[in-house]
Design a protein around this ligand. Structure first.
Ligand SMILES: Nc1ncnc2c1ncn2[C@@H]1O[C@H](COP(=O)(O)OP(=O)(O)O)[C@@H](O)[C@H]1O
Ligand SMILES: [Mg+2]
Length: 295
């Protein structure tokens, strides 16, 4: 059987697009939640049970979502993916790379290690340390942005603009991820999303937020922009630094024109981007997975 599992708790538009793309290549794909998978350790059985697959393993899995939860729950979900990999089932994106990108601290560290431009960032546990860092930044004329370590879609992000805002400086599950705010070029708020598949940047768009958060999920307007060499190179290097098969890279152009990488997404959405170009992104992803990891 030519089966692909798409791990997601919310298939939606992206799930449908992927299903169609895999069908075009002769593969049947179905949705499964990591919350319904099981590990059975016994002498003669396949140790991983994915609902919908009877005592067999799929040709590959496409990870469209990892549910949140307690440390034990998330560790279990990641273990399922690691174990599939050990059983020679291709996991797309690979699980180590997903782990690094869902952790914003690890992403910042790896971007810095790869000598790629990324904002000055602090990750601390103690509230007093967080307050001291933020006060110091404010004194130097910088705003500070405070993000959940495992956040996405702009949720839970705060901007500290003045000393009285320090009240809003809250940790996320006990950890402060603080970053210097980068003022973007131009009069409006905007950033850039570049999509990379197999080390090739395929498309770029500008996202114009209603305010300083430029996430599409928060209503940012998407506009096509030219995918320049500089953007393509930067996004590709970021994807390589994080060891991703494909990625959505968030980039800000600062007031002096320099590009800075804000985030690398290992489970990016592409509906907004597709509204700005005529590329079937799901098909490119399915082609890449099948061609490089199955055939
Ligand atoms: N250091 C920063 N300076 C300026 N804007 C930022 C900065 N960090 C994040 N933003 C804005 O907030 C948005 C969401 O931040 P991001 O780090 O991508 O988190 P999320 O995972 O929630 O998308 C970015 O797309 C950008 O518009
Ligand atoms: Mg982002």
């Amino acid at each position: 059987m030519k089966n692909i599992v798409i791990f997601t708790d919310d298939p939606g538009w992206h799930g449908k697009q992927l299903q169609q793309a895999f069908a075009n290549l002769g593969y049947t794909s179905f949705f499964a939640s990591l919350t319904n998978c099981q590990l059975h350790i016994s002498p003669h059985a396949i140790p991983i049970i994915i609902p919908g697959l009877k005592e067999s393993l799929p040709c590959a899995v496409f990870v469209r979502g990892i549910p949140g939860g307690s440390l034990a729950e998330v560790t279990f979900y990641l273990n399922i993916l690691h174990s599939l990999k050990k059983l020679n089932v291709p996991v797309y994106n690979q699980v180590n790379a997903i782990e690094h990108t869902v952790d914003k601290a690890a992403t910042s560290f790896l971007l810095h290690q790869a000598k790629l431009p990324t904002p000055t960032t602090w990750v601390v546990k103690n509230t007093n340390d967080a307050i001291a860092i933020t006060k110091n930044e404010l004194q130097q004329g910088h705003f500070v942005i405070c993000k959940p370590l495992f956040g996405s879609q702009g949720k839970g992000i705060r901007r500290i603009e003045k000393t009285s805002d320090l009240l809003w400086l809250t940790s996320s599950q006990g950890i402060f991820y603080l970053q210097r705010f980068i003022n973007c070029l131009g009069n409006d708020f905007s950033d850039i999303r570049v999509f990379v598949i197999n080390q090739i940047a395929i498309s770029a768009m500008r996202r114009k937020g209603k305010y300083w958060l430029n996430n599409v999920a928060l209503g940012a307007h998407c506009e096509p922009i030219e995918l320049t060499d500089a953007l393509a190179k930067l996004a590709t290097k970021a994807t390589l630094a994080l060891n991703l098969e494909y990625a959505g890279i968030d980039i800000i152009q600062d007031t002096s024109g320099h590009y800075t990488i804000i985030e690398v997404n290992s489970i990016p959405a592409w509906k907004g981007l597709e509204s700005t170009c005529s590329i079937n992104i799901a098909q490119l992803l399915a082609d890449d997975l099948i061609n490089r990891f199955i055939n």
